[in-house]
Each structure stands twice: as C-alpha cells, then as structure tokens.
Design a protein around this ligand. Structure first.
Ligand code: GN1
Ligand code: MG
Length: 358
C-alpha cells in the first residue's frame, strides 16, 4: 500500500522524501488518508475510490466538476471542496487499477462521528440544505448516477426479495423476525410510490450521505463550514438528505449499537434538523414536499434497515463487518429506530407544523 500511495502522490507532484500520512475517518466504503507535506502548512485528504461500489469513478469526477463550475459562476463565495487535479490535469489519479482523489484538508476544522449538541444538527441541516438550495437553478438531470438506483426504495426492496429467495436457510431462520418486519413495513414503499411521479416532488441535487462525519465544523465556534464526501452528489428526492439526517442524528448511538434499549429519539435534535433545513429549503420546497418532511425519516430508516438485512442475507458482501452478525445487529437497531419514530410521530409532526408556520 505504501508504495501505491507514494506513486499516487507523485502524480500530484508530491515527492516521497517530504510526505507522511495516516488513515483518517470512519467511512464504510472508501479508504481515506490525511497527508502532510514537510515544509507546507497545507494538509490533504487522499481517498481511494471503492470500485466495487462505484463502478465508474469518473462519473463522480464529472458530477463534481459540473456542480463546482456552476457554483463558481453563480455562488462564488460558497466553499465547495472539489478535487485537486494531478500534474497531468486529471481529476483523479489512476494507480494500481484504482482511482484516487486528492482534496485540500480544511485546517481548523473538525468532523464528528456522533452529535453531542442539537446545535450541531442545526448547523449540519443548514449546510446540507444550503447545498441543495444553491443548486436549485442547476439542472439535476445533468448529473449521472454514480450508483444507479442508490436511494431507489423500489430497487432496495427488490434486492431484499432476491436476497431472501437465495439466502442460506440458516441465515433466514436467524433473521426471521427482521425479515417479517421488513415485509410488514412495505407500506412505506407503497406510500412513496403514490407520490414519486408527482411533478411537485421533483428531483433535486442531493448529497445522499448526510451523516454528521460528512460535515466539517469550525473547531472554536462549532459553526458548520462545508459538506464533504461528494461521491453520491446526484439527482434525487429531498427526502434522501433530510431523512438520512434524521436516521443518523436523532439517536445518541450509531447504527452499530447492539443494545437496543439505547436506541431512542432525541426530540430536540429533530427540531434542530427541521429548523436548520427549513432555514435554507423552506422557500424552495413545494407544498407536496412539505407534506413529506416527516415521511423522509421513515423512508431512509426503512431503506437502511433493508440494505443491512439484504447484506446479511447475502453473506456480508457490501458493508464491512467486525463480526458475522453485525449486519443483522444493524438491522435490529434500525428497526428499533423506526419504531421509535412511529411512536413519536404525533409530536414530531407537530414540530414540523410549528416550524413550517414560523
Ligand atoms: C455507507 O461509507 P459511508 O459510511 O460513507 C453507504 C451509505 C450508508 C452508510 C451506512 C456508497 O456510507 O449509503 O447510509 O454506509 N454508502 C454507500 O453507514 O453505500
Ligand atoms: Mg459516503
């Protein structure tokens, strides 16, 4: 690996004698390194793109380029962290059959894995909302899907059914209760389908991975600086970004928490997400979209439960696992979160209504 990284850095004109790096972050999909160059104040983030997940990384590069040039023209003061070109002028370096990209590391910034203050939820929701708002005038259909059908719940449900048909009977037996839940909640898919073709539910530019570690905060002030991880920046429904914030910010514990008694919803974080998001998107969302604000949480939590369960039934081929049952544990965790969401539905909807009126 070391030689590969040196080779990659060479493509960016960074010499072996002046450089050091360490692994960085906690993502499931790509490998990430923080690179320091001797005698330079600036540090860099180097990432290899997981080609099992992203079959054509050049699509990511192209999407980021299109969005970046639109933002530069229309919103020049917006901080959008696009890739640094190689010395050959390419958007990614291709070394050892792998695509790599380099970005500037924003100094004085910090990324969190969990939220400890509702204000972090507000800041993140505002930032993710701002990205979509500033791109409201950009034609989202120009972006090609870096993962086709990524947040298509119909596809995710179909993949679950295929996994179920092909699964090892002993896995099915162990996962029985979660399989039942997955089938029982398919009304979420039906509800989505009843809206999906409405002209008032348009495709917008979505980040599609709005967990808190994809937001940089200013160390001293805890103000949101910018969003990172642009791999899935593509057209989608607004419920993707808002819903994934609900999925990942509302509970004090992550999807990996095995003790489901710890999985409950923090109402004040919900309110912070809604306020932050509406601060930017309140003037952009259609009335149909506004009706779907609460639904976005159900949609995303259910989809992620299906994805973990599908991977468990497939023998853990997508998400890295620390132990064989981990994807099942994650499924249990997400279904607990979903039931919490339904239990608190009334109060959550009243918060949405109040925020929409404000
Ligand atoms: C993956 O690698 P990471 O953590 O950025 C996944 C997301 C899931 C998330 C669940 C490309 O994201 O969709 O929500 O795991 N990304 C991809 O932890 O599948
Ligand atoms: Mg990601």
């Amino acid at each position: 690996m070391n030689n590969t990284i040196l080779e990659v850095l060479k493509a960016y004109g960074i010499g072996a004698d002046q450089v050091s790096w360490r692994t960085f972050g906690t993502g499931h999909i790509n490998s990430t390194y923080l690179v320091s160059v001797e005698g330079q104040n600036e540090q860099f983030i180097l990432q290899s793109i997981n080609q099992k997940v992203f079959n054509n990384p050049l699509i990511i590069a192209e999407n980021v380029r299109l969005v970046s040039s639109y933002l530069r023209e229309h919103h020049p003061s917006y901080l959008f962290v696009s890739s640094i070109p190689t010395i050959e002028g390419d958007e990614m370096a291709f070394v050892d059959e792998t695509f790599w990209r380099l970005t500037t590391y924003i100094s004085n910034s910090i990324a969190y894995d969990t939220l400890s203050d509702p204000n972090q939820a507000f800041e993140a929701a505002e930032q993710f909302g701002r990205l979509s708002k500033l791109l409201d005038g950009f034609d989202a259909s120009l972006l090609r899907p870096s993962i086709p059908g990524f947040h298509d719940l119909n596809l995710r449900y179909e993949q679950f059914k295929v996994a179920l048909d092909n699964a090892n009977p002993s896995l099915k037996e162990i996962a029985n209760e979660q399989i039942e839940k997955a089938l029982r909640h398919s009304f979420i898919l039906e509800y989505f389908n009843s809206y999906s073709n409405s002209p008032d539910f348009p495709d917008r530019v979505m980040h599609h991975d709005t967990k808190i570690s994809n937001m940089l905060f200013e160390k001293e002030t805890n103000k949101g600086i910018c969003v990172i991880d642009l791999d899935t920046l593509m057209a989608g429904k607004f419920i993707s970004d808002l819903g994934d914030m609900m999925r990942t910010y509302l509970c004090a514990h992550s999807e990996n928490e095995a003790d489901i008694d710890k999985i409950f919803i923090r109402i004040e974080y919900f309110e912070a997400i809604i306020k932050g998001y509406l601060k930017e998107m309140g003037s952009i969302l259609t009335s149909t979209e506004k009706e779907l604000i609460l639904f976005s949480g159900k949609y995303l939590i259910y989809m992620q439960a299906l994805r973990f369960l599908t991977d468990y039934l497939n023998g853990n081929i997508y998400y890295p696992v620390a132990y064989p049952e981990q994807n099942l544990v994650r499924t249990v965790n997400q279904f607990k979160l979903l039931s919490e969401f339904f239990n608190k539905e009334k109060i959550l909807q009243s918060i949405v209504d109040r925020c929409l009126k404000a």
